[in-house]
Design a protein around this ligand. Structure first.
Ligand SMILES: [Zn+2]
Length: 333
């Protein structure tokens, strides 16, 4: 398939809170959140957990193969550590030809620029944000904003829902934003629409009785919903041996995520942001349980690829080249 016709979602980091390397997490992966969406030849990156480090290497490989510099739109859901900690090690940011468009919230007056500037400062990190070689642009996003991506707007442009560009060019990638209050300090959820297909990224959210109605409207009819499902119901309620209740932590259970998929009538659900305490065996058990309740539910794992384009019928998963590791070999066994 032509690169310009692809609409593909790739998971580079699926673990919540902190990285969990080791022999018991090789199949689902231990990197913190990072999801790549490739649409119409553009690369969008959702969050910069440690998963973005492997993605960076793969983007540089693609850049060499295609003879084109790296250009990407990086969307932060929020600025907690597990969603930013990979950025200082994102190799394309050190390459002068790279162009990065960074967007995120400015909750508590701390935008992505302010946050990255703070963590990329000695003694925390030797290289300052201002010393990166890449071309970087920063902007904050609020709920009515619509990000438009495509040739007719000159690449990346910020607009609103009734922007004339959206009417005149139906081929634009459109990114909409929902500001959620269901996580400490707030979080942005993203909806990416292109050529009649859509993916919603709703991580770090706890949910409400009978479902999050604002999220249900926002995600209505989406092809893929990537939703926080950090905890089992037992863990959340404090009924799992040795684990305290996690109510109020700002994360969902598998049941809350399934309810979100059902009330929003999304076609496919991928459970995301797995608890760092859960090993591969436990995630296998969760996969069996959720498949009985909501058949076809996916447990996100590193290396998983979901196609939303016309090739979806023939290929549901493939492995990004940079993830051809022992872990992924095992995952495919
Ligand atoms: Zn998180």
């Amino acid at each position: 398939m032509n690169e310009q016709d692809k609409f593909v979602v790739r998971f580079w980091g699926v673990r919540g809170s902190y990285p969990t390397p080791g022999p018991t997490t090789v199949r689902y992966g231990g990197n913190t959140p990072c999801v790549e969406v490739e649409a119409g030849g553009y690369v969008l990156i959702l969050d910069a957990g440690t998963g973005i480090i492997n993605l960076g290497r793969d983007l540089l490989r693609r850049s060499r193969e295609r003879g084109k510099p790296v250009e990407a739109v990086l969307l932060f859901s929020h600025l907690h550590h597990d969603h930013t900690q990979g950025f200082p090690f994102f190799a394309p940011a050190f390459v002068p030809t790279t162009r990065l468009h960074l967007f995120g919230p400015d909750f508590l007056n701390s935008s992505p620029k302010v946050t990255l500037d703070t963590v990329m400062t000695p003694p925390y990190f030797p290289v300052r944000l201002a010393e990166l070689n890449a071309w970087l642009s920063f902007a904050t996003l609020r709920e009515p904003d619509v990000l438009m991506i495509g040739e007719s707007v000159g690449g990346v442009a910020l607009g609103s829902a009734n922007d004339p560009a959206l009417q005149s060019d139906p081929d634009l990638i459109r990114v909409r934003v929902l500001r959620s209050y269901a996580h400490p300090n707030g979080v942005l959820h993203y909806r990416i629409d292109w050529r009649g297909k859509s993916v919603v990224y709703a991580t770090d959210t706890e949910g409400y009785v009978n479902g999050d109605r604002r999220l249900a409207n926002f995600a209505s009819g989406a092809d893929l919903l990537i939703h926080d499902a950090q905890y089992t119901d037992e863990h959340y309620l404090g009924l799992a041996p040795g684990l305290p209740t996690t109510q109020g932590y700002g994360h969902s259970t598998t049941s809350i995520a399934i309810q979100a998929a059902q009330v929003s009538h999304t076609r496919k659900l991928a459970l995301f942001h797995h608890a760092p305490e859960y090993d591969d065996a436990q995630l296998d058990r969760i996969a069996e349980q959720v498949d009985r309740i909501h058949p076809g539910t996916l447990i996100a794992r590193e290396g998983m690829v979901i196609r939303l384009d016309d090739a979806a019928q023939t290929s549901s998963t493939e492995e990004p080249a940079a993830l051809h590791t022992k872990a992924q070999t095992n995952a495919n066994a």
